[in-house]
Ligand binder design. Sequence first.
Ligand code: NAD
Length: 340
Amino acid sequence: MTAAPRVLVTGGAGFIGSHYVRSLVSGAFPAWPDAAVTVLDKLTYAGNLANLAPVEGRFTFVHGDICDGELLAEVVPGHDVVINFAAESHVDRSIASAGEFVRTNVQGVQALMQACLDAGTPRVVQVSTDEVYGSIETGSWDEETPLAPNSPYSAAKAGGDLIARAYARTHGLPVSITRCGNNYGPYQYPEKVIPLFATNLLDGLTVPLYGDGGNVRDWIHVDDHCRGIQVVAERGEPGEVYHIAGTAELTNLELTQRLLDALGAGWDRVERVVDRKGHDRRYSLSDARLRAIGYAPLTSFPDGLAETVRWYEDNREWWEPLKKRLNGPDEDASSRRGQA
Ligand code: NAD
């Protein structure tokens, strides 16, 4: 691959995709110092050009849908790499209404893989999630574990992964799949648990804790996730799956304690709410395959969380309009809304 690849980032205006774009165009990935970046994004409620404001003018933006084959036939040719972040990503929304999840996360992946095949794209990465495996009591999943998704979100992501795999096996499309744990960091939409809790606490509101709080998630800073994706894009085997594991397995009770501590609040600010339907108990990935090709995480959870909480403290102008839109005129609703 040249040092100046043309990179198409679909879903690049969301939380993780925008971090990847900000990193790439700022020179964070030394093998691709002069990448030319195109972002294609539908700008759903979760897509936000403000996420890309720090690097405005340093990429080309296309407003569009990964389900739109005609648009993809215009946009995809000429790119050396396509990295797909575009998805409906919120489990609670998929429980309330699953149609858009199947459209974007399955049909959209098919349309994108077909466009890459037609264009002869030399490198494709499909960004996915540990949730495709279901739930695991003890131990960790490796990349050969059968998929057993439990939510409409994870089932749709699993469908997209299987489509990507089929394009690799059937057509030889050079696509690799990455699967990662729960991300946190700046610019995360404030319906997900860490920004939801941090911003509620900053606003003097309560935070809604699901069920008994014993669900375990493996947290990773978005910067480590993006570095893992970059390792796969540069050195991963086409057709393979790579795990990007977190650095901190925590129950939601433990996570809540850390957020309360970070913001100087007590348990009186925690409201117990009825558990999410079908709530997976625990996710855990083994990332030996990715480490074998040179990946290691850099951000410890305590440092990453402290920096993230500070970012939400310092960037009210980014999240306040999003929370107003999320909650409507009833301000109290902000303490009851869903989470990751
Ligand atoms: P996000 O919801 O913040 O962003 C998704 C982006 O995709 C938005 O910019 C949205 O506008 C765009 N989009 C949605 N539908 C589209 C469509 N049809 N066409 C074009 N663009 C569309 O999500 P995120 O948290 O940044 O997640 C990015 C990817 O990483 C997703 O594929 C998700 O499944 C995966 N992932 C997320 C996590 C996590 O903890 N957030 C963990 C593992 C994997």
